[in-house]
Design a protein around this ligand. Structure first.
Ligand SMILES: C[S@@+](CC[C@H](N)C(=O)[O-])C[C@H]1O[C@@H](n2cnc3c(N)ncnc32)[C@H](O)[C@@H]1O
Length: 261
């Protein structure tokens, strides 16, 4: 684990969990779209692998639609929350969560529930390490999957979006937590450096809680396609989002569908 992933996803997990929870309200719609896409490939049930599953929203909603899900994440706190949520959603028998680093995917999930019919990677959960590591992750996912498996990369940042929508400062608020974002994007390397500063609201004042600096590699659709082909996946469609299945554009996130080669 790198220093920043440890800090953001492990040491600050209780803070980041609030932001993960924010996405739950729109997950059912996203999953409806994913189910529609999968049925166009003849996949209506089977085993699903959720890479970097966070607190489990995709795994849990896919389980509600009849898929047996395995979610892998590096954060114990997120997975504990995910397990609580499987009980709330009454899908404990359909979902398994495993703590581990997706770079060692085969070792972690090698013995259970494979081969997978579907692999999902949602909300910019790539580019955290080197491109070599990302290749290794998707290659292992391919080796654990069936011949006709489908990979979905959902709600992911891409270079075209940053070219038209990059803003150096950001602000978000969840409950009593305020998050200030400061971003720096290097066009020559496609590396996006971000500083997140968390504050707690105290009446009229903001009390500093913590600061996390992180850096990710942002892919262009073609760069990601090249990487996926090398990993054994053939990209076949790009959407702006899975809820509406509108076409991808520089103003939308990247939502990619790839078939096992
Ligand atoms: C932006 S969150 C997305 C969570 C989830 N996919 C979702 O859509 O709600 C990124 C996730 O990647 C996980 N993560 C980061 N590095 C990881 C690694 N090396 N192995 C497994 N999980 C990792 C984090 O713990 C975090 O839950």
């Amino acid at each position: 684990m790198s220093d920043w992933t440890r800090k953001l996803f492990v040491e600050c997990s209780d803070l980041f969990l609030k932001f993960l929870d924010e996405r739950w309200s729109r997950t059912e719609e996203v999953v409806n779209g994913i189910v529609k896409v999968l049925s166009s490939f003849g996949i209506t049930s089977g085993n699903l692998l959720d890479l970097c599953c966070g607190n489990g929203r995709i795994s849990i909603y896919m389980a509600k639609r009849g898929f047996k899900a395995v979610g892998v994440d590096i954060s114990k706190a997120f997975l504990e929350d995910a397990k609580r949520k499987t009980e709330e959603h009454k899908v404990s028998n359909m979902v398994t969560f495993i703590e581990g680093d997706v770079r060692n995917l085969k070792k972690i999930v090698g013995k259970i529930q494979q081969p997978f019919n579907v692999v999902v990677n949602a909300w910019t959960s790539i580019g955290y390490f080197s491109q070599k590591d990302d290749l290794k992750i998707f290659k292992q996912a391919r080796e654990l999957s069936k011949e006709n498996a489908v990979l979905l990369i959902a709600e992911t940042m891409h270079t075209e979006f940053l070219a038209v929508k990059f803003v150096p400062k950001g602000y978000e608020e969840v409950d009593d937590i305020v998050l200030l974002e400061s971003r720096n994007y290097d066009l020559t390397t496609s590396q996006l450096k971000t500083v997140w500063t968390f504050y707690k609201k105290r009446g009229e004042n903001l009390e500093f809680i913590d600061r996390v600096e992180y850096e990710i590699h942002v892919y262009s659709p073609s760069e990601l396609s090249t990487l996926l082909r090398k990993a054994g996946w053939e990209p076949v469609a790009f959407y702006g989002n899975f809820s509406t299945l509108q076409p991808m554009s520089p103003f939308t996130s990247l939502n990619l569908v790839a078939k096992a080669k």
